[in-house]
Design a protein around this ligand. Structure first.
Ligand code: CS2
Ligand code: MG
Length: 403
């Protein structure tokens, strides 16, 4: 029996903070998992080191499902981003090992390819409308057929999405959360107009996505969705905080604009109503925050019953290990929708060397056994952790709001 001989938790910051799990078996096979939780990295690292790792040593590395149940039910306390990210990292590392042991890419273990490559979307952004529209053009010139468009709001300081065109998304550069502004009235006035400007410039032959980032009430989200219907968005993302799953019934009553939700959620129960009542069109739960390959495939299987497609989160705070695992699911499931793809900084690839390849708005997977990602631990030592936070948002009167 090939047992788990050691489990290391590697915290490093090549361009931004990452937490990586390295599991080594008694046969010397190494598997990698991403345990990064943006702004709360050390909580997961400690959860793993102090509470999970001691339970793993000596376990049969092949028993992925049993280990998942052991870590989920065995914790007694259910769900949550820290727990589910920790479980996800162990799960993905064990799938990586199982692939290496079988000398097969993980996607073969999941049933084999259902498509040749994976459709992805890029992030166009800009400090103002002109910059953002130019950035959309840049992605289209690169061959992307799906682009997310975001920009700031006139009169609202540092509103989400307003960052230099082409820069890699890294929300906070201070040691404390950056305080940004928000104004829903300005957003409802300006965002439909700036998305219309994109359509005016580039037409309708590509998929245009937009992230509302959790800031509206269900009624406001219904108004927003209705106001952009003729722009034929591929989706409006996170239109309202999704703890209130029932709120999406109101949005559905008001607009046919497709809806994508899930990146901040971490279990099948968090999206169960959204899926079974068909309140969303895409589920965005990620392999690194929603319990790994084992749990995310259950979410996608439930989603398939209700015509909900996948749209996995893939921002730069999910490491290349996470993206490789997401791609293994993306290429095999029948209800694949789209995969978010934000290019990691070159410095990140000094530590993480993935085998996937971006070409013309699609990603081609490596045929290497396992996930096909190498992690350079020596290089990782050059990039010590530095505490960073996601920003917070406040309304003009100081009310703390959803960022
Ligand atoms: C965004 C993320 O990519 C997205 O859809 O919502 O960039 C999100 O803001 C970050 O991943 C938070 O860490
Ligand atoms: Mg988002």
């Amino acid at each position: 029996m090939d047992t788990i001989a050691r489990c290391d938790v590697i915290v490093c910051s090549p361009g931004r903070n990452f937490v990586t799990v390295k599991i080594t078996t008694s046969d010397g096979i190494v598997g990698w998992g991403d345990a990064t939780l943006n702004g709360r990295e050390l909580a997961v690292a400690s959860y793993l080191t102090e509470h999970v790792v001691p339970c793993l040593i000596g376990r049969d590395a092949s028993r992925i499902g049993d280990t998942w149940q052991y870590l989920y039910r065995g914790a007694y306390w259910r769900r949550g981003p820290v727990t589910m990210t920790a479980i996800a990292a162990v799960d993905v590392a064990l799938w990586d090992i199982k692939g290496k042991r079988a000398n097969l890419p993980v996607y073969e273990l999941l049933g084999g390819k259902a498509r040749e490559n994976v459709l992805v979307y890029g992030h166009a952004a800009g400090g103002d409308l002109a910059e953002m529209v130019d950035d959309v053009g840049r992605f289209l010139d690169l061959g992307f057929t799906a682009v997310r468009a975001q920009t700031g709001l006139v009169g609202v300081p540092q509103a989400y999405g307003a960052h230099a065109a082409g820069s890699t998304y890294d929300p906070a550069d201070g040691s404390l959360p950056t305080e940004t502004g928000w104004d829903t009235r300005a957003y409802l006035d300006q965002a439909p107009a700036y998305l219309a400007a994109v359509r005016e410039r580039f037409g309708f032959d590509f998929d245009l996505l937009h992230d509302c980032h959790h800031r509206m009430t269900p009624n406001e989200a219904g108004r927003f969705g209705r106001s952009v219907e003729e722009l034929k968005l591929f989706w409006m993302e996170d239109p309202t905080p999704a703890e209130n799953q029932e709120g999406f019934r109101l949005i559905r009553q008001r607009t046919s604009t497709p809806i994508a939700v899930g990146e901040v959620l971490n279990s099948i129960w968090d999206v169960q109503t959204l899926i079974t009542e068909q309140l969303i069109d895409y589920v965005r739960t990620s392999v690194s925050h929603a319990g790994g390959i084992t749990h995310l495939r259950r979410i996608f299987d439930l989603a398939a019953l209700y015509h909900v497609r996948s749209g996995s989160h893939g921002a730069t705070d999910l490491s290349p290990v996470s993206l490789a695992a997401a791609l293994a699911l993306d290429i095999t499931i029948p209800n694949f929708g789209i995969q978010e793809y934000m290019a990691h900084l070159p410095v990140t690839h000094e530590v993480f060397r993935p085998g996937y390849r971006l070409e013309g708005g699609r990603v081609w997977l490596s045929d290497a056994p396992g996930l096909g990602v190498e992690v350079d631990e020596e290089a990782a030592k050059k990039f010590p952790y530095e505490r960073k936070y996601l920003p917070v948002a406040r309304l003009a009167d100081g009310t703390l709001w959803d960022w």
